[in-house]
Design a binder for this molecule. Structure first.
Ligand code: DGT
Ligand code: CA
Ligand code: CA
Ligand code: ZN
Length: 587
């Protein structure tokens, strides 16, 4: 049975494939599918029950798209998608991830050079053939080659960006929860640890009826090819070649199994050593007492196995959040009293990087964005639409002043919330910011971020960031590197120098929860935490459907060992305002 999630996945695929077919992301058809996707996201309610005529009543959904949605719901597949899939197999589609090579060039590369996938493109570059195509030269050939290397797109060690793996894992978990006899389901492995890229997806299911679970997995629409088809384990490949391992365990052993399959390997080894030191063994079935050597196998007492919490506790450890389980000293920290109060989702009650339709790329009204924020439990909000320098997405000073009035009007309807009129300033090539100094100083709060000039030398980028950080109108730095994981490497800079500047000027470092970004990266967060740099975890939402990113941001901060008290959007509103007003430009 298709769900909204399936419909959106189908439209996403249609957008990618049609971009290739029409040789442009701006083509009429691509725009139509994009609009339909946004409309269905915004619609929120189940669309799978709707007839074509009812679907087209949703603003943004045209007749052609509506029929495709019906076709998916009624037959489980869409003819047009199947045809395009045949023409553009996954290996070819993967080429679209390489920056600097658009659909027109891809078509040429295919017809002129016979390139069908990333390895083929790499070979063409090695043979210096790419430079012979119209519109390309030696420089772009070298750039594309470098991008392939940096993205790790080639060879058997290729990994999938978390933004591609997570929606699939969440969908599988949701579908498996609905299978009869299933008690619990969790994705484990590197995904649960919030690694930026994923080798394969590991899912653990708790049920006394493994055959039912395995049958449901084998029949799942995401299965393209079965690799293992056992009684308690099924492994399959999706169309894009991503492997998924699903294991079924006894409900009484679910904790031990999720602990084991979450890893990391280094974390498991440290835990097992601690068990051995206490005359116990730890494996995927449980923590077992081995002190009585006359007992063997199942006769030995199980100390804990049902939940991870019980196992950590039986090892005299505080619970260790999955993102911290990397074998980087977390077991020692959990054994002593040195563990800080780790940041949790429930501590967050504000979002401080938040867009509305005032931004060219914002898709929901101020009213709607504020309403979902309040529904989400927030009590303050910085509305940070783009500054004027971000070309089509930015707003002039005049527009920003009108926007301020608009926000004040909306404020009246939300007496329990504080709405701040903010701005996402654009950090120019050498660190310059939007508007003039006096105008910038009017904003209640600002986040400054990099949106261009990714290829400058590291020393230039460092100076650029430090210039922005030292500006008295800047309260925080957004998505520090500007990377898109697996697609665009971020800017390179001297991390220590930038963190020192953040500390010195008392500017907060953002942990951006968008899965494509997760920026600052967790290793940078950990270095910031060691220094005492303040943090802010944001969704950077451009639509009412994006608030769930906060959870990913929190988990990334946990991966960087962030304590609650360094994260400014956990603070009381009064403490937060005191900090903001303490900036030099407010005096
Ligand atoms: P990935 O898939 O490469 O992104 O990384 P993981 O961490 O998900 O690794 P994976 O899928 O090979 O295995 C999942 C977890 O299972 C891993 O984090 C720890 C556990 N595990 C797998 N193989 C071993 C092993 O040989 N020894 C131990 N101690 N644990 C293992
Ligand atoms: Ca894995
Ligand atoms: Ca695995
Ligand atoms: Zn933004």
């Amino acid at each position: 049975m298709a769900t909204n999630r399936d419909v959106l996945a189908m439209l996403s695929e249609l957008i990618t494939l049609t971009t290739l077919e029409e040789e442009s992301p701006q083509s009429f058809k691509v725009r139509a599918y994009e609009n339909a996707k946004l409309a269905i996201e915004a619609h929120g309610d189940d669309v799978t029950e709707l007839k074509v005529g009812e679907l087209t009543k949703i603003k943004g959904v045209g007749k052609a798209t509506a029929s495709k949605i019906r076709e998916l719901v009624d037959t489980g597949s869409v003819d047009k998608v199947d045809k395009l899939r045949e023409k553009y197999p996954p290996g070819f589609v993967e080429l679209t991830r390489i920056p600097g090579i658009g659909p027109k060039t891809l078509k040429l590369v295919r017809s002129e050079l016979g390139v069908e996938d990333v390895d083929g493109l790499r070979a063409a570059i090695a043979e210096e053939k790419l430079r012979t195509l119209p519109g390309l030269g030696e420089t772009s050939e070298a750039k594309i080659g470098k991008a392939i290397d940096r993205l790790g797109l080639s060879g058997k060690d290729r990994r999938t960006p978390i933004a591609d793996a997570m929606p699939l894992a969440e969908r599988l978990v949701a579908d498996l929860r609905d299978v009869a006899g299933v008690v619990d389901v969790a994705y484990c492995g590197s995904l649960r640890r919030m690694s930026e890229t994923i080798g394969d997806i590991d899912i653990t299911v708790s049920s006394k009826k493994p055959a039912k679970v395995m049958a449901a997995v084998v029949a799942h629409p995401e299965v393209d090819d079965l690799v293992v088809n056992g009684e308690t384990k099924t492994s399959f490949l999706t169309r894009t070649g991503l492997q998924v391992d699903v294991r079924v365990v006894e409900p009484a052993q679910f904790g031990a199994a999720t602990l084991y399959f979450t890893g990391s390997k280094a974390h498991n080894i440290a835990l097992r050593q601690r068990a051995l030191d206490r005359n116990m063994t730890l494996n995927e079935y449980g923590l077992i007492d081995t002190s009585d050597e006359t007992l063997e196998g199942d006769a030995r007492p199980v100390v804990a196995s049902k939940t991870e919490e019980e196992i950590y506790s039986a090892l005299d450890l505080a619970f260790i959040a999955p993102p911290m389980r990397e074998g980087q000293g977390e077991v020692d920290a959990a054994a002593g009293d040195s563990m800080p109060e780790l940041i949790q989702r429930r501590h967050i009650h504000a979002d401080l990087h938040y867009h509305t339709a005032r931004s060219g790329d914002g898709r929901s009204s101020v009213e709607d964005m504020v309403k979902v924020a309040e529904d989400n439990g927030y009590d303050f909000l910085a509305i940070t639409d783009h500054g004027v320098d971000l070309a089509i997405n930015g707003s002039t000073a005049e527009e920003m002043l009108e926007h301020r009035d608009h926000i004040s009007r909306v404020q009246k309807d939300h007496p329990n919330m504080l709405l701040m009129w903010g701005c996402e300033l654009n950090i120019g090539a050498s660190g310059g910011l939007d508007y003039d100094d006096d105008f910038r100083a009017l904003f209640d709060y600002t986040v400054a971020s990099v949106h261009s000039h990714y290829d400058q030398k590291p020393n230039v980028q460092t100076d650029r960031l430090v210039a922005a950080i030292s500006d008295p109108t800047v309260n925080s730095i957004g998505h520090l590197s500007g990377r898109y994981i697996g697609r665009r490497p971020g800017i390179e800079f001297d991390v220590d120098a930038v963190l020192d500047a953040l500390l010195h000027f008392d500017v907060a470092l953002e942990v951006n929860g968008a899965l494509q970004r997760l920026d600052a990266a967790s290793d940078v967060v950990r270095r910031a935490v060691d220094r005492g740099v303040k943090l802010v975890i944001n969704t950077d939402s451009h639509h009412t459907s994006e608030l769930g990113r906060m959870e990913y941001g929190v988990q990334t901060a946990q991966r960087g060992w962030a304590p609650r008290d360094l994260v400014i959007n956990t603070w009381d509103r009064a403490d937060f305002l005191t900090w903001v007003e303490g900036r030099p430009h407010r005096t």
